[in-house]
Design a protein. Sequence first.
Length: 124
Amino acid sequence: MNSTFSKILKWLLGLALLVFGANKFFEFLTPPEFPPRAAEFMTSLDATGYVLYIVGALEILVGLMLLLNKWVPFALILLAPISLNIVLFHIFLDLPDIGIALVVAGLNVVLIYKYWKAYTPLFN
């Protein structure tokens, strides 16, 4: 799976994950203004002291795997529940800002499709 199209998609997704994952540790991007329910949810995740850091670490790990072209099918499966939860967060709590979530989830789905041969042994 090394077509130019796949490489571009992997780079875009990998860079986005590195930026958003690193932001959970270093907070270099201005946090968006969330609606009240979404803000409460994010505050509760932050109050646990670990959830956002685990998600950030996984985003960085998956981003590095995509950029380094290592274990890409595994990285995409690791990302699937994270991207699904990002989309669900926006559907239920912050619908107006769903754009980036849909892009991340869409890239994840397209790349899983591109690497589908790697997943077929799971279904035999």
